[in-house]
Design a protein around this ligand. Structure first.
Ligand SMILES: [Fe+2]
Length: 318
């Protein structure tokens, strides 16, 4: 198994939307992201504390869902080492030009077919004068509107078999499994993994429809729990659909709010407090069906749509 920290962090994610203009408005007016160029049917958006060029690549498409998830390797050598292992799995697609501001990117898929890009070369963001921060240790001025999310936090894929996908990330990229849901029959219904010292960066939960390659949600980090409450108030004012929360997850103890962007993709605003995974010999925390049935940390029952809504939408399997 490769060592932890070969992957520096989850980088930018491509989201697809059938209503590009409305989605851009959600990400800029509600979340407080800044536009940073466009190419073809894609608009590049960035969170204010992202040192790289792009946080979200929003692509106009026939339907919703996730496109390529980009990861930054820890070094040029780590990139070469990971590519060698990815190639050996037969899931490599090959090298491609990166998005604007990024170097050569190795494209591959997980067993479910979610597309990933792995790169090292990255051109740091330099803000224009009107977006320059007061303090030089910050990527961009703090936005005075919307939720003003700091950065992308994690991505939660739907997977036909979560364990197969998370084992792939573990065995090829060195992801550490931190928590998981283990059903009474031993099946892993959800798995949380990290590339860093955060509790989790990439999550797989089981797709009840059995459809491969779908998205459950992407999450943005908000500095405080109060910021999550404020995000709920702003959602109410702006007509943004709140699915559930604010509340606190039992798994990972994250304080959360879930909303839908106009394209249908689920977006989480999250605050994981000061929690870090520092132990090199961390063992996965297993949650049972009985424990899950208790609901979230303070007793909120998990909303039914959490088990049924994914993107792109599909017909529910009978
Ligand atoms: Fe999440």
């Amino acid at each position: 198994m490769p060592p932890l920290h070969e992957i520096a962090h989850l980088a930018h994610v491509e989201l697809r939307t059938p209503v590009l203009d409305e989605s851009v408005e959600f990400f800029t007016r509600y979340l407080g992201l800044t536009e940073n160029g466009s190419a073809g049917d894609s608009v590049f958006l960035r969170a204010w504390d992202d040192y790289e060029q792009i946080t979200i690549k929003l692509t106009g498409h026939a339907t919703s869902g996730v496109g390529r998830t980009n990861l930054r390797a820890a070094s040029p050598e780590a990139l070469q080492r990971r590519v060698k292992e990815l190639e050996a799995t037969g899931r490599g697609i090959g090298w491609a030009d990166g998005d604007p501001g990024y170097g050569q990117t190795y494209v591959f898929t997980d067993p479910d077919g979610h597309e990933f890009g792995l790169y090292y070369e990255s051109e740091w963001y330099t803000p224009p004068a009107e977006l320059a921060p007061s303090l030089k240790n910050q990527a961009q001025a703090y936005p005075s509107h919307g939720v003003a999310v700091r950065r992308l936090d994690h991505i939660n894929y739907l997977g036909v078999e979560p364990v197969v996908n998370r084992d792939f990330l573990r065995d090829t990229l060195g992801a550490l499994v931190t928590e998981q849901i283990v059903l009474n029959d031993g099946t892993v219904a959800g798995s949380w993994t990290t590339f860093t010292n955060k509790g989790y960066d990439a999550v797989y939960t089981r797709d009840r429809t059995g459809t491969p390659g779908r998205l459950h949600h992407i999450a943005f980090a908000v500095d405080t729990r109060d910021g999550i409450l404020r995000a709920a108030d702003i959602a109410l004012e702006q007509g943004v659909h709140i699915e559930t929360g604010p509340h606190k997850h039992a798994i990972q103890q994250t304080f959360f709010l879930y909303v839908y962007e106009p394209g249908g993709n689920r977006i989480e605003l999250c605050n994981a407090g000061a929690r870090l995974v520092l132990a090199p010999d961390w063992q996965p925390v297993n949650w049972s069906e009985a424990e899950r049935a208790k609901g979230q940390a303070w007793g909120l029952k998990t909303i039914e749509s959490f088990h049924t809504h994914g993107t792109p939408p599909v017909e529910e399997a009978s």
